[in-house]
Design a protein around this ligand. Structure first.
Ligand code: NAP
Length: 439
């Protein structure tokens, strides 16, 4: 029998699952159902634009997408054109590979003031994600605070202080390059609620902060821990290396026009200001049993922009049990229910690196293959095509993506890999045009 599999999403977890299914040798028709006409999810819209080499993994996804058993259906939103219940009736297996594109709320008084953004929105904006094209953050401020010291916090801080040549060499859209280069930001504060020994960022990403064209890292060496007893043993060596690196930053001359300040044991308590953010009230903390505990001592940090880089949540899809607390799908090793699976951040929350999705994809593909029954008679791809036709939906294909991709590369500014279309309407308008030799 031919197994029919619908994978919702087309980011890394979707592609690694599809690839594992193909490699399993099972006879399968695999459909990647994507809300946007452009594939690759987090690779295209989450990875920092100055980390182009990380995006190279899309080349192997491209190869998977061109395989004979795969079909890409862009511009189809589950919950709008088709429901999850309908997909489960049409396909032998449905995989939620929808990532975690929503921000966890900061949840402190004043967090809804103008000028406070979540990193999903802010990163989406500078990466040209159609959902955040209109964010238009006000960067005409001198100081910005980034809450959270994970790799996303570092990405945001680093890009806010990058120079024009550095940004123009990336695929960051012109509107974001101009907003950042013409901003008045000279100081970015990275706030970790625990100590430097508990920071979530990784060493390669931290090293970059000491190597920026026009920006000096700033840290008070006296604020750095000398003991790592409260860090899990397996992490002590690397955490101690990172603290040494921060100590090295403390010895650097602060001779550049911009600065990124590392502040640890600093938990935001309140966003200050009127309608707009004017500052953050911060409580000093100490770490007890691995948790940040407030000391009651506070100070105010003036800033006109706050980006909360404190983690993400998956979107809810009707018909799948959702763990509200953790913002992911209730599952056992990727299995939600018979014929329904989750992979990547929808399965385990927003952690790990891109390659971590490979392990999830392989595990879920194995479950799917092991639970392959006898001929189910499900209509899969053909059934979905007919349903979408009835509903007047206009799915886009992988060949359509090829035209969008080629047009983006062709219109890139000098030195940049591509100029993304940043609205769905622009992408669809391009596809309406008669194909030419270059499109
Ligand atoms: P993350 O690594 O989980 O870091 C989140 C940070 O937010 C932590 O410092 C956390 O502190 C802090 N935080 C959480 N809730 C908070 C609150 N209420 N108040 C103050 N601080 C709070 O998440 P991420 O940076 O969003 O990254 C997500 C995943 O993508 C990670 O696995 C990351 O490594 C990966 N990523 C990798 C790269 C790369 O490889 N270059 C780039 C971007 C993202 P606590 O530790 O105290 O909870």
């Amino acid at each position: 029998m031919t197994l029919s599999v619908a994978i919702i999403g087309s980011g890394p977890s979707a592609f690694y699952t599809a690839d594992a299914l193909v490699k399993s040798g099972v006879d399968a028709r695999i459909d990647l159902i994507e809300r946007l006409p452009a594939p690759f999810g987090l690779i295209r819209y989450g990875v920092a634009p100055d980390h182009e080499s990380t995006r190279k993994v899309a080349r192997s996804f491209d190869k998977t997408a061109r395989g004979p058993s795969l079909s890409f259906l862009g511009n189809v939103e589950v919950g709008r054109e088709v429901s999850l219940a309908e997909l489960r009736q049409l396909y032998d297996a449905v995989v939620l590979a929808i990532g975690a594109p929503f921000d966890r709320p900061l949840g402190i008084p004043g967090h809804d003031k103008q000028g406070v953004h979540g990193s999903a929105a802010f990163v989406g904006w500078y990466n040209g994600h159609p959902d955040f094209r209109a964010l238009d953050p006000d960067l005409k401020v001198k100081a910005a605070a980034v809450v959270g010291v994970g790799n996303v916090g570092l990405d945001v801080a680093r890009l806010l202080v990058r120079s024009r040549p550095e940004l123009e060499a990336t695929d960051m859209p012109d509107y974001a390059v101009e907003a950042i280069v013409n901003s008045q930001i000279t100081d970015v504060y990275l706030l970790g609620r625990r100590s430097a020994a508990h920071a979530a960022f990784t060493i390669g990403e931290l090293r970059e902060m000491g190597d920026l064209d026009g920006c000096s890292p700033v840290i008070d060496a006296a604020s750095l821990p000398t003991s790592f007893d409260d860090v899990p043993e397996e992490h002590r060596r690397i955490k101690s290396k990172m603290v040494d690196m921060l100590r090295g930053f403390a010895g650097l001359p602060q001779d550049r026009p911009k600065r990124v300040h590392f502040r640890f044991n600093a938990a935001p308590k309140e966003v200050l200001g009127g309608a707009r953010v004017e500052g953050l009230r911060i409580e000093r903390t100490r770490v007890e049993g691995g948790r940040a505990v407030g000391t009651g001592e506070t100070y105010d940090l003036p800033c006109g922009l706050v980006v909360a880089a404190i983690g993400y949540r998956s979107p809810r899809i009707d018909g799948a049990p959702f763990d509200e607390r953790n913002g992911l799908y209730v599952n056992q090793g990727g299995v939600i229910d018979s014929g329904l699976y989750a992979v990547g951040w929808a399965m385990r929350g927003p952690s790990g690196v891109i390659g971590s999705n490979k392990i999830d994809g392989q595990a879920v593909a194995k479950h799917i293959v092991e639970n392959l029954g006898t001929n189910s008679g499900k209509t899969g791809r053909d059934g979905l095509a007919s349903l979408l036709r009835q509903r007047g939906a206009k799915p886009t294909s992988y060949a359509d993506w090829g035209r969008i991709d080629a047009a983006e590369i062709a219109r890139a500014r000098q030195g940049s890999p591509r100029a993304k279309f940043t609205t769905v309407a622009e992408m669809l308008a391009l596809l309406e045009q008669r194909p030419t030799a270059t499109s």
